[in-house]
Design a binder for this molecule. Sequence first.
Ligand code: F58
Length: 823
Amino acid sequence: MTNEDSIFFSDRIKNKHESIRDKFYYHLQYSLIKDKTTLTAHDVYQALALTVRDNVIQKWLKTDYEHQKNENKVVNYLSMEFLIGRLMINSLNNLGIIQEVKEILKELNYSLGDIEGIEPDMGLGSGGLGRLAACFLDSMATHNYPAMGYGIRYEFGIFKQVIRQGYQVEEPDNWLRDGNPWEIKRPEIKYRVSFGGRVEYLTNEDGKNIYYWVDTEDIMGVAWDIPILGYETNNVNTLRLWQAQATDDFDFDYFNTGDYIKAVEKKNISENLSKVLYPNDNFHLGKVLRLKQEYFFVSATLQDIFAKFKADCNDFNKIPDQIAIQLNDTHPSLAIPELMRILIDQERLEWDQAWEITTKTIAYTNHTVLPEALEKWGYELLSQLLPRHLQIIQEINRRLLEKVDKAFPGDVYKMKAMSIIEGGENGCVRMANLCVEGSYSVNGVAKLHSEIVKTRIFKDFYDLYPEKFNNKTNGITQRRWLDACNHHLGNYISSLIGNGWKTDLYELKKLEQFSDNEEVLNQLREKKLHNKEILAREIYELTGIRVNPNSMFDVQVKRLHEYKRQLLNILHIIHLYNKIKSNPNANWTSRTIIFSGKAAPTYYIAKNIIKLITAVGVKINSDATINDLLKVVFIPNYSVSLAENIIPAADLSEQISTAGFEASGTGNMKFALNGALTLGTLDGANVEMQEEIGDENMFIFGLKAEEVVQMKKEGYSPEHYYQSNPDLKKVIDMLRSNYFNDHEPGIFQPILDTLLKNGDFFMVLEDFQAYCNMNERVSREFKDTKLWYNKVLLNIARCGKFSSDRAIHEYAKDIWNIKPVKV
Ligand code: F58
């Protein structure tokens, strides 16, 4: 035993329950207090999770111990969202014990499938940004990077979507109801977070003002830790999520006033802070509670990072050598003034030194080009909630404007555009500008997006600090998005080229040698058909609709948003329906068009589009005259787990956003990796997919990003398309005449208005014909099975770049300057 190993208590434990089987039965009996007569599937799930946890604890402790040593620089990934999904299969897979577990479960007459479905999704995110954070955790752990994830332990994750009469209805996601065996509460790791109050200052003997934030209302942040296991490595990183808890003095103050019940109520209200995830996608709502959540998690996180740093170093200049902080969008942007506040007010550093440390430690990722998604907080609100931070932001801004004036004398336009504060005291604080000014690195999430970041969103900052800007194209983890969710295909690929692809996705290139091998292409087709049969059963269970696994599964699953253009898809479906109806005996390619995705609860048009999809579905699916050539399905409650079943079964992946609006997309990558061909615009990461996969192996159509801009400049008239394209006119006129909604006339007027009256901002009508034409090519090529599967194979083979492993290696090297540490 080495000296270091002696830190563990394991040497004092006599009965070690070494085997998985022992541990599992131990937990069933002693942790869950169950016998053979009272056992339920939920017990089996719990015991299994506890067994997995036991299995990683020693590695986890050891990893933590390594990371505490300050010679290893650690990256802290701050994100308001981690859309993890389920952990069981992923964990068993990473530990390499799936087979062993299957055998144990057999003894109790359970299959792994029975147990898998019991675990609720950890839905602590609303879309791509949160899922990216989860993929990054997986890659950082797998490749042994010293990393911590920090976020909020929402009691309610993304809402559960129910479809009633075709409309979306939201229900709470009470994911913690039956307990969560993966998390460990750390009551000893808790920090006080302050709000409100006012700022006082004293002038010390050197004439320096020392600021005190006083009379605050405080809340505690308590840590809950989740182990993040890498694939086949001893490295176990930590995801630390904060829960809000009332302070002890809160109890004391209120309970002493005598009104016990009121005191309990107040305590509850204060603890609401970490209650619920805001479910909007690419939209900034500006709610006070959201701002409180952001500061709460930033403050607890920075205190935690600081506590670890100070445990064995008191030279603050070393912070940037030992700590990197990555802001996942602007949501944790208060980390900038908070770090300044800690350094200046608590550690008494001078401004310049504090600023140097802060701007060498913090890096920022931008995920959106939509102006309505950029966070701005009211000046007044900030002055009430975080008065000291506002002062610091003002000073950051004053110095920034000085710099701008020096670099671009007299350029008032630049001053206005770059100012962190907009509109003075009645205005607001632009968090994105704060992030750019306070970070040493600003990155977009795909090549095209990073260009737009430099040339449009932050053009003026780019002129001042070109060296800060860089691109990190997104990626996905192949462990979850191929190996675990599509293991038949994964295993088959391994049988052809070995399993190096699991940690180096570029290995898939080796598949290219089989691109004309009929046996291999046949196998790919069989695997796909198998997945489609499984999904067809699930669709029937979830929606009551029967679909034909031999039809083309044409899939658009993602958040509902106008820029993602589910509307373009549905307009084309109506057009296709018209064509089939007018000539039912032609040689059609039969299609099952599958949608899934949530609309933000207050996003009226997006909800209206869901209703349109379901209404069109009802009409088409019940029309006997089209011989089942077309089916339209909306699968409710899109989630990570549902995606894991849908994506392996897709033939066609719809990535049809208006060019220039989707920052990257990551669904696009998951589909290609699972052998679906992409029908898409040159937007986000589709552009790089085309570079890698080859134009001839994708179905690319529509305006390019610069054409969209150009056309908007020149004046775009949707009416023109309506008048000049008879197919399109027919489709729109059907909507006008309530063809799909004769019982609820007029309900789609808002959709008609966005398209024709309000200027069709996302240029659906412009791209309609190009989309129809490309769809015809898709249908033609799908009929040629050999050609299609040759493309499928090439898509899979050329996905290497789109692994989150590649993305994380780039972040580690170019931004964080961290190295893997073998545990
Ligand atoms: C997404 N953003 C982008 N934001 O839309 C997508 O193109 C990109 O692939 C992905 O990030 C990862 O980079 C996104 O999901 C949000 O959900 C925000 C959550 C918080 C409120 C505002 C929207």
